[in-house]
Write a protein that binds this ligand. Sequence first.
Ligand code: SAH
Ligand code: SF4
Length: 393
Amino acid sequence: MSDTPITPEIVAIPRTVSDGATNLVGKTRDEMGEMLVAAGLPQKQARMRVGQIWQWIYQKGVRDFAQMTNLSKAYREDLAAHFTVSVPEVVTKQVSDDGTRKYLVRIEGGHEVEIVYIPETNRGTLCVSSQVGCTLNCSFCHTGTQTLVRNLTAAEIVGQIMVARDDLGEWPEPGRNPNVEARLLSNVVLMGMGEPLYNFDAVRDAMNIAMDCEGISLSRRRITLSTSGVVPEIARAADEIGCLLAVSFHATTDEVRDKLVPINKKWNIQTLLQTLREYPRLSNSERITFEYVMLKDVNDSDDDARRLIRLIKGIPAKINLIPFNEWPGSPYQRSDANRIKAFSEIIFNAGYASPIRKPRGEDIMAACGQLKSATERARRVRRTPDAQTPDPQ
Ligand code: SAH
Ligand code: SF4
């Protein structure tokens, strides 16, 4: 991390917001090729031009066609007349004492989503949102109390990675090749707002750009998609995206899981586990992550830990224990630290990695499940004429 934390100052960074039909960001190779041909490019040049434009956009961070110097000047002008290269507008950026960065970005329609960047010793993870709100209403999740406003487009999803790279200063100097080895943004987790498998096509297209060697060039093993358990889409995710999978498991009986993760009423624990057993490429090096939020006296007993081990038997797995992050009005409490430790030890002794996730960015409300509140707070500030905090616009 090169920057010194600047808590709790809010920095406004102006950007263009446009995700309309002419935006080249987020388009698959085929889609972009068709757009270029429709704008007059000879069909036989489409493949090569798409590759060149992808490299400018995703490897070099260029947004202005005039800078795409391996295209003729006339063609650059032609592109500028027809298309844009647009990413979400960063409204505010906050940096936590622990270096976590949270961006509030605005997308078409004036909606807002949050992106969180978490620096660690050997890597930096970007937590990306897939929807504004969520159709599901897991009872411990703040996002779940907000109804779905809309799905994000592929441009808005891959655009989140691009704005974070802008802020991290992670585009190569002009004329230099991108260094994919030592990246500040080395991993992506689809663990922000929304259920990624209920926005399948856009998430797939965006992640395929993130993984493409002419795109953002992240290995598929550095991308993790987290789902609450949308069973029919899980196999499709393996085929069409091929990234790592995390599952919000959170309970060891259907009775409790029905309450915590209501999608369980549709696809219960056995059905979900069966699907996970069939998830292709499962091996010890590509384990499924079971996310398990630790809720005091709800799902945190020794019996739960033992039941969990029995349930996942045979699945190469890692269990991420997430201390519950409280939000205003939340109906649960975080399990005591000793309880979480005891739970973790039972799982660890059965042969599974069971790390306890360290809440990051709590001082800026960037931790798991807290994302909605900050947006609402920002909205309230902007709505209140006599608010002390300056309007970031
Ligand atoms: N919708 C997807 C991904 C977004 S949620 C899913 O449910 O998997 C990302 C992770 O944060 C999930 O494991 C979710 O269960 C967890 N989470 C949600 N609210 C939380 C809270 N208040 N405290 C801790 N973890 C929470
Ligand atoms: Fe939606 Fe995931 Fe929150 Fe459940 S935990 S409400 S699926 S974002």
